[in-house]
Design a binder for this molecule. Sequence first.
Ligand SMILES: NC(=O)c1ccc[n+]([C@@H]2O[C@H](COP(=O)([O-])OP(=O)(O)OC[C@H]3O[C@@H](n4cnc5c(N)ncnc54)[C@H](O)[C@@H]3O)[C@@H](O)[C@H]2O)c1
Length: 340
Amino acid sequence: MNSTVLVTGSAGFIGYHLCKRLLDSGNNVIGIDNVNDYYDVNLKEKRLEILNKVPLKNNKWEFFRTDLTNKDSLLKIFENNSPKIVVNLAAQAGVRYSLENPDAYINSNIVGFSNILDLCRETEVENLLYASSSSVYGGNTKVPFSEIDPVNHPVSLYAATKRSNELMAHAYSHLYGLSCTGLRFFTVYGPWGRPDMAPMIFANAIINKKPLKIFNHGDMSRSFTFIDDVTEILMKFLDKPAVVDKSFNPTDPNSSTSWSPHRIFNIGSNKSIEITKFINYIEKELGLKAIKEFKNMQKGDVVNTSSDNRILERWIGTYPKTPLEIGIKKFINWYLDYYE
Ligand SMILES: NC(=O)c1ccc[n+]([C@@H]2O[C@H](COP(=O)([O-])OP(=O)(O)OC[C@H]3O[C@@H](n4cnc5c(N)ncnc54)[C@H](O)[C@@H]3O)[C@@H](O)[C@H]2O)c1
């Protein structure tokens, strides 16, 4: 692949890794981010510094500090750069913060995503990938979660915005033939990760000998997914836009395809692990013990997430596989290097 890829959320955790990988492999990359202060801005600036220093060959890297809600500014960027591939990772992330600041979710995830969809239509983008989330499975109790399961019970506004994105993308793909692929990420962790997410919160508390809050009294599990697996899979999707499946049968409840060029995939480790075991891995890697404080379940959270990867494997031939021991080692090495 050697065309221009536009990545929104490029100062963010997943966006940074994808841009780095794209630049390292000689692609033209346009990055967009408003670099907001939802979490430590220095971390975002540091990621951008690294991207600015990637040695370029014949490729280019251009970064625009702008907001997805500013459609005029986005239009100029789309018109001036004519990207054929767009990866929308910018969003207001986080389940718990959606109880505090719902407006941020409506602005970035609904208005912002609507602008992206509309500009992709207008400028004839050939392949739109967009971040959804495992949180769309909400209160579902059947595990592992499959893309063909009903997802009608979001338990946070964040999840509701991500499910809305899937429905909006479906409508655009149906109406205008815009090829859209929705990626339901499951708890992504690794170097340059997000300070608001459990792996960073855990590492931070253990190193600083602070009490570590464990919700639902530890009765929770997650498909922790290593960032390099996510980047690897995103690279494969860049070359594989969603296509119309003519054999689609809407009465077949097992069909994950549709008449429109729109597909949705889980991007999650196939091993769901208890939170307490995940903490044990971090303790082992740091050679330190956590001070555990068991708490009740938090509003908006889900008890378990577990990813069924069969549809993903059929489509691109792989799924996230990095063992936790290896992923955590890389994550902790980075953490110690960055923060100490
Ligand atoms: N990391 C995970 O485990 C995970 C899990 C499920 C879904 N997701 C989704 O994947 C995507 C990337 O996640 P991440 O972990 O890299 O998050 P992140 O917060 O690190 O990155 C998102 C970036 O988008 C930017 N942004 C937010 N609103 C914006 C706006 N209105 N205009 C321009 N930029 C804006 C932020 O400044 C940030 O740098 C998000 O859509 C997130 O909801 C992530």
